[in-house]
Design a protein around this ligand. Sequence first.
Ligand code: PLP
Length: 486
Amino acid sequence: MYPRFRKAGYQAIDRICDYHGSLRGRPVSSQVEPGYLRKALPSSAPTEGEDFQLIADDYQKHIIPGLTHWQHPSFFAYFPTSSTFEGILAELYASSTSNPGFNWSASPACTELEAVVMDWTAQILGLDKAFYNISEVGGGVIQTSASDSVLVATVAARSRYIREHPHVAMEDLVLYITTQTHSLGKKAALVLGLKVHTLQVTAQDDFALRGDTLKVALEEDVKAGFHPFILIGTVGTTSSGAVDRLDEIADVAKHYPFLWLHVDAAWAGVAFVCPEYREAYQLPAINNYVDSFCTNFHKWGLIHVDGSCLWVRHRRHLSDALDVTPEFLRSKHGDAATAIDYRNWHLGLGRRFRSLKFWFALRTRGVNGFQKYITDCIRLNARFAQCIYESDLFSVVTKPSLAMTVFRMAPKSLPHLGASELNALNRAFYARLAARSDIAITQTDLNGVFCVRMVIGAEQTVEGDIEQALVLMKEEAVVLVRNWEG
Ligand code: PLP
């Protein structure tokens, strides 16, 4: 095995380096059609094992063409996801000692490293010490996704509420989200069979949830016999990077002592590594009031998918809700509570050794490296937004948020277009961009306004890529204006 592995391994590293080095010359989005791979591959697994070189070559031939290159310098779609050399190596080491690390004794280093890096991470973001593992009251855990983090928080919140109100029927519990909450809110309610109250937010409030809106909803629901038990607030919404007014929300929530406040900052939360964004993005309210907070380091935090960080103020709410311990899962340290049993902090039992990639990335980059990466992205976005503000063809729809600009066509030469015509024009604009292979960008709808989202996050993106994006956007917009006028 070993000589073959060494040879294949050296080649794999070479090819991975070549792949990253050649990204700029590749189309951003895959050009294949649905079903392409089934046509290219045999209809069953081979009876006899094959030579690995053949397999490695088939990866180049069949898989890479079917990939959208999220690390491409012209990838501006969704939110970014990272791939770093140190993360690749961490994944390699982690897989070389494959183990399900569900409790301390299953592999002590897995639990201990996770507890340490979650504290390091909490520290670089400026989270309150109450959330540190070392507090032995609160703590942090790596989840697969922000959706899992919300699910775990909701299960914990429900369990806490029912413990305090044992006669309340599950169907009377209400989970609160806004029209801008990511689909994870509705999905958690769907999975758990819970009632959802979706609160309206407005363009005038920059799509942020305000305290007054929540106050009215809570009062009406309680009067109607319902039991508010969790609110999912967002810092950095998917559609526009909006930031719910957690300070106002906390002021209302203090009258509902068992209303759990969870903050989903899947994308924007990593920006707390830069102290200058903490105040505006509500870190003080997070530190002072919320029960749980999540940010995905696998989005904007130089960590490979998956690495969603969830911190809770009281770890016992997680284990009260999720601890199921048959005899075969008992352990000396679990019984004595002398070590964290992470199996009681998430939905599954076994878990990947994800803390290794955090450790590698935090050490190779240092706080300064993380800060530089985030501020570079924000600086490039400011440059992009400035050009949109100055343009005769486009306008900014919401205030740019960190490394995200939401904009649309609003040509000065077509001043009389109505709302539906403008939406049609922008749908056509987006369709033209989406059909191109040299840029990836995504769309959204903000209270009936169709718009385009530009998010900067690939490490290879430089100013020239932003200029190039603007050139091709203008190119497409000019064609549409001409057609419209003609
Ligand atoms: N929350 C926000 C604000 C998001 O933008 C996203 C994804 O883009 C998510 C949550 C979902 O994250 P995950 O895929 O980790 O569940």
